[in-house]
Design a binder for this molecule. Structure first.
Ligand code: ADP
Length: 406
């Protein structure tokens, strides 16, 4: 029994010694290995370096993302500007192929897919194409303006060399409206001087006749003075109407809008012209339904239009004729009409009578300036309405205008 216990104790001791040796051996090897790694790889310094590198990469990425988003928003802003620009912008490469064309350029040249096409195909005008060619050859900015009668356009092209891409940038401006305004202004000045020349020449002739002895003539003297007074009145009226027209056209006349009953407007305009009509041997009547809705209008300005239309009717209707002023409901508004049984207006003149200074037959008009209808048109349009005329030559005319009901 004792020998059994002894053997067991020896075995247990050996096992415990073996475990203790394994543990110490393992720990010793691990320490040795850790020491080896530390001594060989300078471990803590590398970790710092890697950490620094990763921080640098992270901040680089942040900066890159920021720059990318700035670039994206600048790109978006640039493309919005190019899309909204009313001037055409075209980028052409060195071979004359269009790389980019903004919507305005595509609209001006009536093409929907300009990129990929050649400048010649898109521009279709040799003067404009020549400007681009000159720019390519000389590497200098070139400009050219042309009128395109078929397209009713007046275009200006500016070709700028693109030194980086050996191509060019074309800026296209539509000057049609500017040119039209220039023509209108030129015509206006020549019309005004022409209209002034006639009364001034007749004033000069009348005063010269008076100076050369007619003043003492009891018959011719007062007659010539009377004609001078008429000419001065005509000139004063023209000056007043020109002033009126320029104020209305430049938007300086502010409409004082208020609810207005159509019947009261018609009645007050007709009352103002009644005596003149009777003196001319004409019958002036009003045809106006009761209970029409109110319009929103500037009473004095609309009355000015009606008075002008009735005045014309009086001027162009022979004694014994009739004039009627009418109102009735129309599509979304009230339609006013001034109808006469006068000389009428030839069909080819109907569309022109609203132009400044236009008179059908200057010899039959007498004292007119040709500005009244033009002023009336501006006033009606400023009310959001529309004015037009219908006529049967020799049988009479009707002038209509519609004012919307709010
Ligand atoms: P004017 O001062 O010459 O009357 P308007 O602009 O009012 O100027 O009219 C332009 C021209 O339109 C007149 O000169 C005339 O030839 C023609 N016209 C206008 N109203 C009538 C009308 N009721 N009947 C015939 N012709 C008219």
């Amino acid at each position: 029994m004792n020998s059994f216990l002894l053997s067991l104790s020896i075995i247990l001791f050996l096992v415990a010694a073996w475990f203790a040796w394994r543990y110490y051996d393992l720990k010793r090897r691990m320490d040795k290995y850790a020491q080896h790694i530390r001594s060989q790889a300078d471990f803590p310094t590398d970790v710092n370096r890697i950490e620094n590198l990763s921080n640098a990469i992270a901040s680089l990425q942040t900066a890159f993302n920021f720059q990318l988003s700035t670039l994206n928003s600048e790109n978006a802003r640039l493309s919005t500007v190019l899309e909204q620009l009313t001037d055409g912008v075209i980028i052409v490469d060195a071979n004359g192929l269009i790389q980019f064309a903004n919507p305005a350029a595509q609209k001006l040249f009536e093409i929907s897919n300009a990129p990929g096409h050649s400048v010649i195909e898109v521009v279709r005008n040799h003067q404009l194409v020549d400007a681009w060619r000159r720019c390519q050859q000389t590497n200098e900015m070139q400009s050219e303006s042309v009128e395109l009668p078929a397209r009713h356009q007046f275009l200006q092209i500016i070709a700028i060399p693109d030194t980086h891409a050996s191509g060019s940038l074309l800026l296209v401006q539509d000057l049609t409206r500017v040119r039209r305004l220039e023509t209108v202004r030129r015509d206006f000045i020549s019309n005004v001087s022409h209209e002034l020349r006639t009364p001034l020449a007749s004033l000069k002739a009348l005063t010269e006749t008076l100076q050369s002895g007619a003043l003492a003539d009891p018959d011719a003297g007062p007659r010539f003075l009377g004609r001078i007074s008429t000419e001065v009145d005509a000139l004063t009226q023209m000056a007043q109407e020109l002033l009126d027209l320029s104020r209305i056209e430049s938007g300086q006349v502010e409409l004082i809008l208020a609810p207005l009953a159509p019947k009261s407007l018609v009645t007050s305009a007709a009352d103002r012209m009644r005596m003149q009509a009777e003196r001319a041997g004409l019958k002036l009547t009003i045809k106006c339904e009761d209970g029409l809705p109110n319009i929103r209008a500037d009473k004095s300005r609309l009355e000015q239009v009606l008075v002008n239309l009735i005045h014309n009717a009086v001027k162009f209707t022979k004694p014994g004729g009739e004039i009627s002023v009418e109102t009735e409901p129309a599509n979304g508004g009230i339609r006013f009409a001034v109808r006469d049984s006068g000389v009428g207006i030839p069909a080819q003149s109907l569309s022109r009578i609203f132009e400044r200074f236009y008179r059908v037959d200057k010899s039959r008009t007498g004292s007119g300036t040709g500005l009244g209808l033009s002023i009336s048109k501006h006033i009606i349009e400023a009310h959001g309405g529309k004015i037009w005329a219908e006529s049967n030559e020799g049988r009479g005319s009707v002038f209509y205008f519609v004012i919307p009901v709010p």
